[in-house]
Design a protein around this ligand. Structure first.
Ligand code: ADE
Length: 242
């Protein structure tokens, strides 16, 4: 998959290449990352990318011309999707990540910056996406969040196809607790069932923990899970990973 990020701070996004399974996916050519700075498309002597808002007010507004020019300079793949990062967008979900990973061969990220961007930049995007009800100074971290979540779903990046398949049936429940050695750490003991060797009992304990944890921490997800269970005749199961 080809990933293009239009950003005034490419050095931040560049960090994606440096770490872990996502970094290795880029090194292995599973995904390609291309960064584009609107400043390189500014035409005036000072390479100006922002200007004062019409109507007055505090702060500067990202100008449309350098952003349009940056987008227009990017090669177009057959199944491209242009995403605008903004707190005004639709809230991001795991279903979005799966859809983009499955249906598209190119994602272009438009990162807002400064105090805002010219409204006409919106016309470039197929979708506007928010990563949550809070405001960041730019769209770089949201774009990196999405890239991380999409690239881990691409064939060859992470685990086995079977584990992702299991996850896709199961996105509504939180993960059960996990433990490793030692069995007793500062008086905090690993639950006996996990050391019992009884695989059936372990599976039942984990499923129960998932339901309890989800009901306690995310009653909204739990309600959706119950609904899915009812619709599927009891087939909904599994976990949202930490
Ligand atoms: N830009 C600034 N804050 C954002 C958010 N929460 N989601 C997406 N883009 C943003």
């Amino acid at each position: 998959m080809r990933l293009d990020v239009i950003t005034l701070a490419p050095e931040i996004v560049e960090g994606l290449r440096c770490y872990g399974v996502i970094g290795r996916a880029f090194a292995a050519g599973i995904a390609e990352l291309h960064l584009h700075n609107p400043r390189d498309h500014a035409t005036d002597r000072y390479r100006k990318v922002d200007d004062e808002p019409y109507g007055g007010g505090a702060g500067m507004v990202l100008k449309p011309e350098p952003v349009f020019a940056a987008l227009e300079a990017i090669p177009v793949s057959p199944r491209r999707r242009v995403l605008l990062m903004t707190p005004q967008g639709r809230p991001l979900s795991q279903a979005d990540l799966r859809r983009w990973a499955r249906e598209h061969d190119q994602l272009v990220f438009l990162c807002g910056h400064y105090e805002g961007f010219d409204e006409r930049i919106r016309t470039l995007a197929h979708e506007e996406v928010s990563i949550g009800d809070f405001v960041l100074t730019g769209g770089e971290l949201p774009a990196m969040t999405i890239i991380n979540g999409v690239v881990r779903l691409l064939p060859g990046t992470v685990g086995t196809a079977a584990s992702l398949e299991e996850e896709s049936h199961s996105a509504l429940l939180l993960e059960h607790p996990q433990y490793t050695r030692p069995a007793d750490f500062r008086g905090m003991e690993v639950p006996a069932v996990l050391r019992s060797g009884d695989h059936g009992a372990i599976a039942r304990w984990r499923a129960e923990q998932q339901r309890l944890r989800t009901a306690e921490r995310r009653p909204d997800l739990h309600a959706r899970w119950l609904q899915a269970e009812a619709e599927a005749g009891g087939a909904a199961n599994g976990a949202m990973e930490d």
